[in-house]
Design a protein around this ligand. Structure first.
Ligand SMILES: *[C@@H]1O[C@H](CO)[C@@H](O)[C@H](O)[C@H]1NC(C)=O
Ligand SMILES: *[C@@H]1O[C@H](CO)[C@@H](O)[C@H](O)[C@H]1NC(C)=O
Ligand SMILES: *[C@@H]1O[C@H](CO)[C@@H](O)[C@H](O)[C@H]1NC(C)=O
Ligand SMILES: *[C@@H]1O[C@H](CO)[C@@H](O)[C@H](O)[C@H]1NC(C)=O
Ligand SMILES: *[C@@H]1O[C@H](CO)[C@@H](O)[C@H](O)[C@H]1NC(C)=O
Ligand SMILES: *[C@@H]1O[C@H](CO)[C@@H](O)[C@H](O)[C@H]1NC(C)=O
Ligand SMILES: *[C@@H]1O[C@H](CO)[C@@H](O)[C@H](O)[C@H]1NC(C)=O
Ligand SMILES: *[C@@H]1O[C@H](CO)[C@@H](O)[C@H](O)[C@H]1NC(C)=O
Ligand SMILES: *[C@@H]1O[C@H](CO)[C@@H](O)[C@H](O)[C@H]1NC(C)=O
Ligand SMILES: *[C@@H]1O[C@H](CO)[C@@H](O)[C@H](O)[C@H]1NC(C)=O
Length: 466
């Protein structure tokens, strides 16, 4: 026990040294674009009634001629700017002033139906295509959506009602979707009432989402906050999210379509996330994870009055993998389930999925978690005959109300300093034998130690570990 405490003390000392500053390598959202226009120059009227789709489209069409001259800025002043779906272009900054509100049209014809994503095979909710997002971009580089705390409001309640009454013909639209794009920054804005997922980067690289507030009613259906999907180098920082479903859901395609496209989500960084939900989770991986999810680092999380804090959702038929996941520095208050593996998400795109395609789930580290008023510490159910292994739990203290706080099946892993005492499949100690089986614990210690610790301290740690 003394050994363990010593190591853990070194550990927290080391990680502390890298906290506090921005972790996102970002394009400067204040970057001066040499050309700027205001949407009113193209006939837009900010009365909340006039439909401004054409004005947005015309302004952006005009700005396209500046794409190879350093790019351009479209300025949206204070006002209520009703619009249907419009497309962004490369080297564009969409800038919403204080008290500027972009409002999504309540007419579904203003959100045209487009092809399904190749990694989903069909719309996520219904066969066929899907409505295009309010703000959409495809094949772009260097796109910035920012401002001075302006608001993009999807007015999604009409869509939630059509969803509930089952009167939709196609899958609901996202509020913002960037597809196959590189160098995307979304910052300093409010995103409200998305019809479906709020911010959806799919097949993207180098995406930063920073300092945004995302809100939707706690009972609104599937209004996820940020869903990085088959995307890499995604950095999400300083966000507040309160919605009807997952605050962040990391995805990579659905069953046989995701398996065949094989585009993973990897290098996903999440820092300083606060939020709550009543029918979702703080951070989810899946349930669509068929292209694989790896290298997810989430730190400094605070979830309150929520259903679940961290969940991996999967099912037989998904295939793919979830590996090398590191969650640390988590504070929970009033959360039903702190950790969950749910392997029973048995919605499939069609009957052609392969029930023998089992997901591989491995090297998941969760450490430095404290929580009050928690019902279940861990409901961790794998799949019989499948591999859910090297789940490592370290320094977790939860004040639980349930008499059986853990329920584990078909999983394997290790733990240290966990209260209440873990379930039997995880009760073998991480130290000293298994620390190298745990993601990040050894690699992080060794690489950071090189920067921050003296040789003498390194030797001390090595001798403790050996
Ligand atoms: C993605 O964009 C790149 C460059 O813009 C293009 O070459 C590629 O074909 C696009 N892929 C898809 C699936 O649209
Ligand atoms: C994206 O690029 C691909 C490949 O060049 C092309 O087929 C597709 O039409 C482009 N999509 C858009 C919306 O420009
Ligand atoms: C975060 O956004 C708010 C407006 O929403 C702004 O006042 C503040 O300066 C931003 N913070 C940073 C660090 O950019
Ligand atoms: C940003 O806007 C939201 C919603 O209008 C408001 O509640 C919040 O106080 C604003 N924050 C700042 C820093 O102006
Ligand atoms: C919670 O979400 C699930 C899955 O989306 C849905 O079936 C259920 O009706 C939702 N429950 C509530 C209370 O909204
Ligand atoms: C999986 O879900 C189905 C229906 O949603 C349910 O009948 C079944 O009992 C669940 N299985 C497990 C192992 O929870
Ligand atoms: C355990 O985690 C808490 C945060 O929940 C942290 O404050 C504490 O320093 C950690 N303890 C050790 C021994 O690292
Ligand atoms: C757990 O919560 C109960 C009720 O809020 C409180 O009375 C108790 O002191 C807490 N225990 C710990 C160890 O924090
Ligand atoms: C775990 O959950 C299953 C299904 O809900 C239940 O049948 C089983 O009794 C539980 N096991 C423990 C040890 O609580
Ligand atoms: C783990 O649990 C099993 C079964 O309850 C028990 O026999 C074993 O001693 C435990 N191991 C540790 C290290 O606590």
């Amino acid at each position: 026990m003394v050994k363990v405490l010593l190591i853990v003390t070194f550990w927290s000392h080391i990680t502390w040294a890298v906290k506090g500053s921005s972790h996102c390598k970002q394009t400067d959202p204040e970057e001066i674009r040499p050309h700027s226009v205001t949407v009113t120059e193209f006939g837009a009227v900010g009365d909340g009634v006039t439909l401004n789709t054409k004005a947005f489209q015309n302004a952006i069409f005009y700005l396209n001629s500046f794409a190879d001259k350093g790019g351009a800025k479209l300025f949206v002043p204070a006002g209520r700017w009703l619009t249907g779906s419009f497309d962004l272009i490369s080297h564009l900054t969409l800038w919403l002033d204080k008290d500027a509100v972009i409002l999504g049209s309540k007419n579904p014809d203003d959100w045209p139906v487009v092809d399904p994503l190749p990694s989903y095979g069909q719309g996520r909710e219904l066969p066929g295509g899907r409505h295009r997002s309010l703000i959409y971009g495809c094949n772009l580089t260097d796109v910035i959506i920012t401002g001075d705390n302006g608001t993009i409001d999807g007015q999604g309640s009409v869509w939630w009602n059509w969803f509930r009454s089952k009167t939709l013909d196609s899958t609901r639209p996202h509020l913002v979707e960037l597809m196959n794009s590189t160098g995307v920054v979304i910052s300093n804005l409010n995103f409200l009432n998305s019809p479906f997922w709020t911010i959806h980067p799919v097949y993207c690289s180098r995406v930063t989402v920073q300092n945004v507030t995302i809100l939707a009613p706690l009972d609104s259906p599937n209004t996820d906050g940020i869903d990085p999907d088959s995307s890499d180098d995604v950095c999400i920082e300083d966000c507040y999210i309160s919605t009807g479903d997952d605050l962040i859901a990391i995805k990579s395609g659905w069953d046989e379509y995701g398996i065949s496209l094989a585009r993973p989500s990897t290098n996903i960084f999440i820092h300083r996330l606060t939020g709550h939900n009543r029918n979702g989770s703080g951070i989810a991986i899946g349930s669509e994870m068929s292209g694989g999810v790896s290298e997810v680092h989430a730190e400094n999380l605070y979830f309150f009055d929520s259903s679940t804090a961290f969940i991996i959702k999967t099912a037989p038929g998904r295939g793919g993998y979830v590996r090398n996941i590191y969650i640390s520095d988590v504070t929970l208050s009033g959360v039903d389930t702190a950790l969950r593996f749910n392997s029973n998400f048995s919605e499939h795109p069609d009957e052609f999925y392969d029930p023998n395609a089992l997901p591989v789930i491995e090297r998941i580290t969760v450490k430095d978690v404290k929580g009050d008023n928690i019902k279940f510490a861990g409901l961790l159910n794998g799949i019989e005959g499948d591999s859910f292994r090297h789940l490592c739990l370290l320094n977790i203290t939860l004040n639980v109300t349930s008499e059986s706080p853990w329920n584990c099946s078909y999983i394997q892993g290790y733990s240290a300093l966990v209260f209440p005492e873990t379930c039997e499949p995880l009760n073998e100690s991480i130290y000293p034998k298994h620390y190298s089986d745990c993601y990040h614990i050894s690699t992080h210690l060794h690489s950071s130690a090189r920067c921050h610790l003296s040789k003498g301290m390194m030797a001390d740690i090595r001798s403790l570990l050996d």
